[in-house]
Design a protein around this ligand. Structure first.
Ligand code: PLP
Length: 385
């Protein structure tokens, strides 16, 4: 099976991990802060707080922005469930904004329409979480302008998007958001095994997130209440978690980060081959906005169902049968049984519904061979008729 995505681990990565294993610190050493500063330097943010997953980072990002019971968070329905679950962890409500026809990201105009109504109903969200699907940025400038007008915070879920750019600047610089989250799960652009990072330019948010990822404990005298009892002293000043990244994982992440740009160019090469070879098929190819430079974490096609005789399910199954590890990113979050109790109305998200009937992610990853690529193209052509 040619998977839809796959990590590459080099000898250099292995050496970095082994040398950390042989060092004095497997956790709470200098690998995590080193990885964090490499991320800051790469994306152009002031701060980075690593954790054991993007899911954990989303959780502490919401908490650091003061999210609590009674508040609302809005995200895209076409995302991994973690983008929505983070609101529920904080006791807040989650709602969805329909997607853009062209990019399949949260639609900025649907967001505006929903905000106008929510403003009348006194139901404005506290946080909006745009998700950069497949590695293409959401329309951050527009979303940011709306956040100024309607007073909400922004967390970019850039789990797919490290190495991507928006308006010629790296995603993660938080120019149009409070916090950006990246994932280092093995299927993403670069990996630390498991892991995530939150970038921000806000010192308060960075220190709040560092505190929350480690039990709500501080060793910083400035944050303590009263006097220190001595050199052993620390205080728990909040209810936090153990969401720390280990130094072993950070060593892998830091080593992988060196190759992020070469991975992105390889992904663009593959995407270009697909764009050329698949151009005349009855499918919609990934469309890019001119201000975007995608990381191409995913290559998502949509079937033109009125031009082919096969169903979505049969095209998908035929591809799997031929050893092409296609996938569907994503099932609209509100369709999951856990979400049924909130009674979201599918007819509020017509674009997401239509997307779910048509979308297929075909394999794209930097170590794909030319013969892998031609296998995918041949099988796709076969499966459509
Ligand atoms: C992978 C992913 C996450 C969660 O990342 P983990 O590091 O696995 O916790 C969140 N949001 C999106 C959009 C993702 O693709």
């Amino acid at each position: 099976m040619i998977p839809y995505g796959k990590q590459e681990v080099t000898q250099e990565d292995i050496d970095a991990v082994v040398s950390t294993l042989k060092s004095d610190f497997l956790t709470q050493g200098n690998q995590v802060p080193d990885f964090e500063s490499s991320i800051c330097k790469y994306v152009g943010s002031s701060f980075a707080v690593a954790s054991n997953s993007a899911t954990s980072s989303l959780h502490i990002a919401c908490l650091s922005l003061g999210l609590k019971k009674g508040d609302s968070v809005w995200t895209s329905p076409i995302t991994f469930v973690a983008s929505a679950n983070c609101a529920l962890y904080c006791g807040a409500k989650i709602d969805f904004v329909d997607i853009d026809q062209k990019t399949y990201n949260m639609s900025a105009s649907a967001l505006e329409t929903k905000l106008i109504q929510a403003d009348k109903d006194n139901q404005l969200p506290k946080i909006v979480i745009p998700v950069h699907l497949a590695g293409q940025s959401s329309e951050m400038k527009k979303i940011y302008a709306l956040s100024q007008r309607y007073d909400f915070k922004i967390i970019e879920d850039a789990s797919h998007a490290i190495g991507g750019e928006y308006l010629n600047q790296k995603i993660g610089n938080c120019k149009y958001s409070d916090i950006t989250i990246f994932s280092f799960h093995p299927v993403k652009i670069i990996t630390s095994g498991e892991g995530g990072v939150a970038t921000t330019n806000n010192e308060y948010l960075a220190s709040k997130m560092s505190e929350l990822r480690s039990h709500g404990i501080t060793r910083n005298l400035g944050s303590m209440k009263g006097e220190s009892h001595g050199p052993w002293f620390y205080q728990q000043i909040n209810l936090g978690f153990n969401y720390r990244m280990t130094d072993i994982h950070a060593a892998l992440g830091k080593s992988q980060l060196k190759r992020v740009d070469s991975y992105i160019s390889k992904r663009h090469e593959i995407a270009q081959t697909y764009n050329n070879e698949l151009a005349n098929l009855p499918i919609t190819l990934p469309q890019q906005r001119k201000e975007s430079f995608s990381s191409f974490h995913l290559y998502i096609i949509r079937l033109k169902l009125n031009e082919i005789s096969n169903s979505h399910l049969s095209v998908f199954s035929k591809l799997r049968d031929e050893g092409i590890g296609v996938n569907l990113h994503y099932i609209p979050v509100y369709l999951h049984p856990f979400y049924a109790k909130f009674n979201y109305l599918s007819n509020h998200f017509p674009e997401a519904e239509r997307y779910y009937q048509e979308a297929i992610s075909i394999p794209i990853f930097p170590t794909m061979s030319d013969s892998n690529i031609s296998d995918v193209i041949r099988s796709l052509k076969n499966s459509l008729n």
